[in-house]
Design a protein around this ligand. Structure first.
Ligand code: NIG
Ligand code: FE
Length: 401
């Protein structure tokens, strides 16, 4: 038998060997030491958009291209499971007022809603792209993006379309606050969010989120909205227990939400619910930093056996940072996490919060989403806060800037 005709052969994919990795974080305990699956003096082979091989550098197979990491650390690209990037305008004044003593409240969201509604699609899309690139330069290769500054059927649908041009992880957050037009009839707004707005948004999103908080939506309203979304195939995630104690976390666990986000004010019952459920606790320390609030107690959650993720919560109000390294440093310094736990939460934890197994780890078959640090170890992300340590980032096997 002769060789099959050339046209029928699969095209060989380019391979790249990254060798001389001082510390490789795989997040796969079968590949290396501890929960981070650490491998010293490692190499990784990328084939097309995926990881083909992981092992000791001196046993790396031949590849088309070779990159010498020169003893530096290589990590899975960060997985940011919580951002609000479809917005226009600026809330510098609100931030300034807070830094002079004013408290943060959900009401500031209205400022951004007004600006977002009047912005053009191009301006909004440019803003999203700019922030996605900003996050990428800091090592983030997967990012979830929420709507929530439109709050009309058309503005929410438009926000989701803009988000979808930049990510697969799109979240319908029509229930961010009650739209200003409905201020004196919130139940009519819930009917809109679960009716015509859901009709328009369900086909455009993977997830549904609700801001369950005083000044936003109470537990009953959140339940109604999340249940309606789930009936349309959207998977719940919840802004829960950010500014005060409340029903958000327990509701998230009860409904099997992928994630309960913020988790700043937790009772023992909330912690038990998370520990006994499947919902990831996503901690957003940029919000506490920028609102001068007490940080969530990550140690308490980890000691109870809860799966913890970290995200910057990039938005123009409560947390205008896209930097996962900044969050890792805050989580270690202020929230009782070890550097290993924080790096896991920023990679594998984010993947768990998005129910993804193809990202957040460096193992054969995973996506070749990788972050190379200008440092010998991942611990430097916390040890050297504020220093731009990200040297290179690969997304789907492509080296980007
Ligand atoms: O995650 N908490 C609600 N949503 C955002 C804040 C949005 C805003 O202030 O514009 C958050 O912190
Ligand atoms: Fe948020």
């Amino acid at each position: 038998l002769g060789a099959p005709a050339r046209a029928h052969r699969p095209r060989p994919r380019t391979t790249t060997a990254v060798t001389g990795i001082g510390t490789l974080v795989t997040n796969d305990p079968s590949l290396g030491a501890g929960p981070l699956g650490l491998v010293r003096d490692a190499a990784v082979v990328i084939e097309g958009g995926h990881i083909a091989w992981v092992g000791p550098s001196d046993r790396a197979p031949a590849a088309d291209n070779r990159v010498d990491a020169q003893g530096r650390a290589l990590l899975p690209g960060f997985v940011d499971s919580h951002s609000h990037l479809v917005f226009a305008g600026d809330r510098t004044e609100e931030f300034n007022a807070r830094m002079s003593g004013r408290a943060y409240s959900a009401g500031g969201i209205r400022t951004t809603v007004a600006a977002t509604r009047t912005a053009s699609r191009n301006v909004l899309s440019d803003t999203v792209g700019r922030h996605v690139r900003e996050a990428f330069r800091q090592g983030t290769t997967t990012i979830e993006i929420k709507s929530g500054y439109g709050l009309t059927v058309d503005d929410e649908a438009r926000s989701l379309d803009i988000a979808a041009a930049h990510t697969d992880e799109v979240t319908y957050l029509g229930a961010h606050i009650v739209a200003p037009e409905f201020a004196d009839r919130p139940e009519d707004y819930v009917a809109l969010v679960t009716g015509p707005m859901l009709d328009a948004c369900a086909p455009r999103a993977r997830w549904i989120d609700v801001f369950c908080e005083q000044g936003a939506f109470d537990g009953d309203q959140a339940r109604t909205i999340l249940t309606a979304g789930a009936a349309r195939g959207l998977v719940p995630r919840v802004h829960a227990n950010q500014l005060s104690y409340g029903p958000g976390v327990r509701l998230a666990v009860e409904l099997g939400a992928a994630s309960a986000d913020h988790c700043t004010h937790l009772t023992d019952e909330d912690v038990d619910a998370l520990a006994n459920g499947t919902t990831v606790a996503t901690l957003l320390p940029g919000a506490e930093f920028s609102t001068r609030s007490p940080y969530p107690d990550a140690r308490r959650l980890l000691d109870a056996g809860v799966t913890v993720a970290l995200s910057p919560d990039c938005n123009p109000g409560s947390s205008y940072t896209s930097s996962m390294p900044f969050c890792v440093a805050l989580a270690v310094r202020e929230m009782g996490m070890t550097p290993d736990e924080a790096v896991w939460a920023a990679t594998a934890g984010g993947a768990a919060a998005l129910r993804r197994t193809d990202v957040g780890r460096v193992a054969p078959g995973a996506r070749a989403d990788l972050t190379l640090l200008d440092a010998p170890s991942h611990v430097h992300l916390a040890y050297r806060p504020g220093v731009p340590l990200v040297a290179a980032v690969w997304k789907d096997g492509v080296l980007g800037h």
